[in-house]
Design a protein around this ligand. Structure first.
Ligand code: FMN
Length: 172
């Protein structure tokens, strides 16, 4: 698993080979092993393989285009009524577990952020609403991000770990 963490990197090009159901199950199970605040487990994951739906998701913004090529797109969501405060952290932890499991299985994946700034400038909540409408996700469910998933068409190199000078011991 430590090797998988070090080998993980964002993969944005994929072959046509479908993701085996057992690999998908392993990735979903890894996601659902993540810690959640107060053990609420507010996550929901929408698994999308339908070509038309993936093409729609790929249009959410310009850095999501490869979702049309990856055989699977996962939408990581959370029930914000059940967990209004910690849903983002909970969904992030699940998503990261999924990325690591995908790397461990030799699959390629990429985190595609879609969350807008609430009440802020820029895309606001429009991207989330776009994904919600594309997948029929109910209003009380928040959408954190998409993950593209497939067999890598190339072997991008993992980045080295970040430098240690951001680590502060005992005090800043
Ligand atoms: C919150 C978040 C949002 C991201 N959104 C996108 C995205 O929309 N499109 C994309 O191609 N990569 C996206 N990424 C992937 C990052 O670009 C990538 O993790 C970063 O460049 C480091 O590369 P690595 O994953 O290969 O280590 C996102 C990553 C995070 C953590």
């Amino acid at each position: 698993m430590l090797d998988a963490i070090r080998q993980r990197c964002s993969v944005r090009t994929y072959t046509d080979e479908p993701v085996a159901e057992e690999d998908l199950q392993a990735i979903l199970e890894a996601a659902l092993c993540a810690p959640t605040a107060n053990n609420v487990r507010p996550w929901h994951i929408v698994v999308v393989t339908d070509t038309e739906k993936r093409e729609t998701l790929a249009g959410v913004h310009q850095w999501a285009r490869f979702c049309a090529q990856s055989p699977v797109v996962l939408a990581f969501c959370a029930d914000a009524e059940r967990q209004p405060h910690w849903w983002i952290e909970d969904a992030c932890a699940a998503l990261e577990n999924a990325l690591i499991e995908a790397a461990a299985l030799g699959l390629g994946a990429c985190w595609v952020g879609i969350r807008g700034e609430e009440g802020g400038h820029g895309p606001g909540l429009e991207r989330e609403q776009y994904v919600r409408e594309a997948l029929g996700i109910p209003g009380h469910i928040r959408v954190l991000a998409l993950v593209s998933l497939g067999h890598p068409a190339g072997r991008p190199s993992p980045k080295p770990p970040g430098p240690m000078d951001v680590v502060h011991r005992e005090s800043w």
